[in-house]
Design a protein around this ligand. Structure first.
Ligand SMILES: Cc1ncc(COP(=O)(O)O)c(C=O)c1O
Length: 349
């Protein structure tokens, strides 16, 4: 096993930088359940400003931010319309059904969809149908391979939803990546929607934390739900100091992750036995396929050679670039994967 492991499983595997740890060590803190932690208050104010909303609430995870949004916008039995393979549906352990009691219905194909597709999916009021009260969007879309939701579609979807009395929640776990990729501010991207969740623990490199941003009324309701879910934290300023540091120092550098993802995709496209489309890579997530055999086989062999990847389908793999991988690491990862191909191990036989 090579000494240096290049971990491309997710942008969540980063470790806090020394400067981030310093900021955490020096954080001014208080008991946030009493509303007395200045570092939490500073982060929430800054996040609300960046996301262009009146208020934001700090929560431990993106999952909790999304689940609180569902609780705020819906009633049990309501229908939530969403793009295929939405994180709330696929990866949140059935929480939407358990806590908010909603049922989900996918719209369009591949995660992104248009207002016309939403319009076709909306059903008239009828005693047979669950009332649709929320549209859930994801930008960038994780399962779609970090794709950016076209802003014209977000705008048109939100206008239609609002006209028909539905609210719109945006899972913006990686809204920072979408902003860097499009040159639009996070506030502009979130402008059409009623609530937006955003993570600090992904591309921004903080160890913990997300926010849910929206109106003051939404924050009041969300605050209560956070407490009900056990997310009221005490000296959370230690965590918010890391998030504030990340917002200040790690937003613009996401462009490096996107360039590294392109570098990786171009390299993978050249390797025998793999299929990868660099043109489909818009941000920091690279999806690719093994042409024969199983993705899990390649994951295991790559791991033995110090490259960590995730299998996301029988033949599909995912690699994610982040703060802790450099362009040189990408080249090294490609070399190790190429050596597997040379040894006839990729594609797995
Ligand atoms: C799009 C998206 N939303 C939400 C989450 C959930 O975040 P957390 O792991 O902090 O609960 C993730 C995690 O990867 C994600 O990719």
């Amino acid at each position: 096993m090579p000494e240096r492991v290049i971990d491309l499983r997710s942008d969540t595997v980063t470790r806090p930088t020394p400067a981030m740890r310093q900021a955490m060590a020096e954080a001014e803190v208080g008991d946030d359940v009493y509303g007395e932690d200045p570092s939490v208050q500073r982060l929430e104010a800054r996040a609300a400003e960046l996301l262009g909303k009146p208020a934001a609430l700090f929560v431990p995870t993106g999952t909790m931010a999304n689940q609180i949004a569902l609780l705020c916008h819906t009633r049990p039995g309501d229908e939530v319309l969403h793009g295929e393979d939405n994180h709330c549906v696929l990866y949140e352990a059935g929480a939407g059904a358990a806590w908010a009691g909603v049922q989900f219905r996918p719209v369009g194909r591949g995660g992104l969809f248009t207002a016309a597709e939403l319009e076709a999916a909306l059903r008239p009021a009828d005693v047979h149908y669950p009332p649709a009260s929320l549209v859930a969007l994801e930008n960038t879309h994780n399962r779609a391979g970090g794709r950016v939701f076209p802003q014209a579609d977000v705008q048109a979807i939100a206008e239609l939803a609002h006209r028909r009395g539905l609210r719109v929640h945006l899972d913006g776990a990686r809204i920072w990546n979408a902003a860097v990729a499009t040159g639009r501010s996070p506030a502009e991207l979130a402008d059409p929607v009623d609530s937006v969740s955003a993570c600090f623990s992904k591309g921004l490199g903080a160890p913990v934390g997300s926010v849910l941003a929206g109106s003051l009324e939404l924050r009041t309701r969300a605050h209560r739900f956070r407490k009900m879910l056990g997310g009221g934290m005490r000296q959370a300023g230690v965590l918010c100091a890391a998030a504030s540091h990340a917002l200040e120092h790690h937003q613009a550098r996401l462009a490096e992750d996107h360039a590294n993802a392109q570098r990786l995709a171009r390299g993978l496209a050249r390797l025998a036995g793999l299929s990868c489309e660099p043109a489909a890579v818009e941000t920091n997530i690279v999806c690719f396929d093994v042409q024969a055999g199983e993705a899990a086989g390649l994951v295991a062999r790559a791991r033995a050679h110090g490259v960590r990847l995730n299998a996301i389908g029988p033949r599909r793999l995912r690699a994610v670039t982040h703060l802790d991988v450099t362009a040189a690491d990408i080249d090294e990862a490609l070399q190790r994967l190429g050596a597997l191909a040379d040894q006839g191990q990729a594609p797995p036989t």
